[in-house]
Design a protein around this ligand. Structure first.
Ligand code: G6P
Length: 595
């Protein structure tokens, strides 16, 4: 992951870089650093830990008047989080920041840099030494030559002391945008520079940008000039404001109803659907995603199969991309991604396109690479999500999948028309039920007090309930570090039930009213072995457990949307009571742009 930033021709580079890094901390927070050119000399400051640690360090130093600089926030891939491994890295007159992985760094070191002493344990350092080695007098030529030697993914911002009026940027398989404003700017994410620019260019793979004070020139790796047209760009509404909430995660859980309302209203109004999509009924659909987006996909499968009667395969992108997927012109592929930049999901999209499939992406970031490369985009309207653990974006992804499911059923004539009309009404009102579900927070706080000391938990459910269980389990483990597992309720008895002891916590998701009695048997099985079971259910479906969280009645197809709310809140409150860093859990990053 990592976030990189650069600026040139600004009044003062340091605050611009720091401001941008703060906005990209979601990309990794193992270390951060900046380098500026002051009177043609490189001045670097880098520090293990958060951007706040770097800011503290900078405050102790004299303020720099530099007008050009680069910055980095790191998610460690090669080399532990440390001051030495923090970017920028320097070699001779070159300084560089990198997002991505240079996969052939060991080979390159043996081939070209046998006698060069490495100061860090990173893959990145090889690149900056290569620049130094290959440079005769033109930085641009050195960059093009270096880029052609590298395998893997990289977005670089580079400064060179002998060309102090230029900032160089390169993109190959890692996100990078550049823009013009009062100066020129580059970043991994538009949000980091959106307040500085009026014109934005998305860089494509195999491109180099040279940023002077007031203009940007583009080249390919053969140094042919490229003419680019600016991207449509809306100023980001990003604020680092938690409102009255202690953490972004809680604020975002509370923003979930609005995210759902906006997503649904964007595509469904009183005249019906406004999707601009004319689907023919396919033989099969693939849904591909990572993390929570994959869990949303599992819910999507239930919805599509139930309503549109199409078989659906749901795959994690990291598996799909190397699995020789049975995808062709006849099998549309749906990619789900909040960021639209997840490396595995992007690679899966490209693999699907290569095989001739039509691609549809459900994405939250309009300017993202996945959105720009998909044949059709269904934008979720969750707004910027800051907490690493996704909540409102996941909620919005579910609504997008419901929209598609109902739309497919209507287009293919695979469900009763009246029922579909009922569903549309229910979907328009879903945000209200999700809003009402938030009322369970006081009950959840009490449960969190009781559970804060547990060392493991099991989440069970059937059908969509299993998908909800999977997401609930991920939420709790990623922010509280409690070992959690999700199981299809009926599968427990085939092994995992041997782990149930007195007072083991089991959380049971009852999303399928028709299967409530089956889930009840599974609950009874674990309770009779000592488990304490908390059941999550809708008001219209009774379940016996040690404790029940009862949520407002909702159309059964959409039950995951309300039932996930108590699980998100429970994870939040348990993590808070355990003193965990909720918005930035250890070892994680929000946008995973490496394999
Ligand atoms: C990371 C995040 C998860 C997210 C996953 C996929 O692991 O921590 O919250 O679900 O990436 O991200 P995407 O942006 O593609 O939805």
């Amino acid at each position: 992951m990592c976030g990189i930033i650069g600026c040139n021709g600004v009044e003062s580079a340091v605050p611009v870089l720091i401001n941008g890094l703060k906005k990209m901390e979601y990309r990794g927070y193992d270390s951060s650093g900046i380098a500026v050119l002051c009177k043609g000399k490189t001045v670097t400051e880098k520090k293990k830990g958060r951007v706040a640690a770097l800011v503290k360090e900078l405050e102790r130093k004299a303020n720099s008047e530099a007008q050009i600089g680069i910055g980095h926030t790191r998610w460690a891939t090669h080399g532990e989080p440390s001051d030495e491994n923090a970017h920028p890295h320097q070699s001779g007159k070159f300084t560089l920041v990198h997002n991505g992985i240079i996969e052939n760094h060991t080979k390159l070191k043996e081939q070209y840099l046998k006698l060069t002493a490495m100061k860090s344990g990173t893959d990145t350092e090889v690149a900056v030494h290569l620049l130094n080695r290959f440079c005769s007098d033109s930085c641009l030529e050195a960059i093009a030559h270096t880029a052609k030697q590298l395998e893997g993914s990289f977005a670089f911002a580079v400064m060179y002391e002998d060309e102090p009026e230029k900032l160089f940027c390169v993109r190959q398989a890692s996100p990078l945008v550049v823009g013009l404003g009062e100066g020129t700017f580059a970043a991994s994410d538009t949000a980091a520079i959106s307040e500085n620019i009026h014109t934005l260019y998305r860089m494509n793979d195999g491109e180099i940008a040279v940023l002077e004070k007031d203009r940007i020139s583009f080249y390919d790796f053969e140094l042919n000039r490229i003419t680019k047209t600016p991207d449509v760009f809306e100023k980001s509404s990003y604020t680092a404001d938690k409102g009255s909430c202690e953490h972004f995660m809680l604020k975002e859980i509370y923003e979930q109803p609005e995210a759902i309302r906006r997503t649904v209203e964007a595509y469904l109004n009183e005249n019906g659907f406004d999707l601009g999509l004319k689907p023919a009924k396919p033989e099969r659909i693939f849904i591909v995603a990572c993390g929570s987006a994959y869990h949303a996909g599992l819910v999507g499968r239930r919805v599509f199969e139930t309503l549109a009667k199409i078989p659906v395969s749901v795959e994690t992108a990291s598996e799909f991309r190397y699995s020789e997927p049975l995808v062709n012109e006849e099998t549309p592929v749906i990619i789900i991604s909040q960021s639209g930049e997840t490396a595995d999901s992007l690679a899966a999209l490209r693999e699907a396109k290569k095989r001739g499939a039509k691609t549809l992406s459900i994405v939250n970031v309009k300017e993202s690479t996945i959105a720009s490369e998909s044949d059709f985009v269904l934008l979720t309207r969750a707004g910027p999500e800051i907490a690493v653990a996704t909540t409102k974006a996941y909620g919005a992804q579910l609504s997008a999948l419901y929209l598609l499911g109902i739309y497919f059923a209507e287009s293919f004539g695979t469900a009763d028309k009246n029922e579909l009309e009922e569903m549309k009404k229910a979907l328009n009102d879903l945000h209200k039920s999700v809003s009402a579900a938030l009322n369970c927070e006081e009950q959840i706080k009490e449960i969190a007090h009781r559970l804060k000391g547990i060392d493991r938990a099991y989440f069970i459910g059937r059908g969509a309930g299993f998908a909800a269980a999977s997401e609930g389990s991920l939420k709790l483990k990623e922010i509280s570090y409690i070992h959690c597992e999700a199981y299809a309720a009926g599968e427990m008895k085939h092994g995992t039930i041997s782990l149930i002891e007195k007072d083991t916590t089991v959380i049971a998701m009852n999303t399928q009213t028709a299967l409530a009695h089956k889930l009840q048997s599974n609950i009874d099985e674990v309770r009779s072995r000592g488990a304490r079971v908390i059941a999550v259910t809708s008001a219209d479906s009774k379940i016996n457990a040690d404790e029940t969280i009862t949520l407002p009645e909702v159309h059964p197809l959409f039950a995951v949307s309300t039932q996930i709310v108590p699980l998100q809140l429970l994870s939040y409150h348990i993590a808070r009571l355990r003193g965990c860093d909720i918005d930035k859990p250890r070892n994680l990053a929000k946008s995973v742009t490496v394999e």
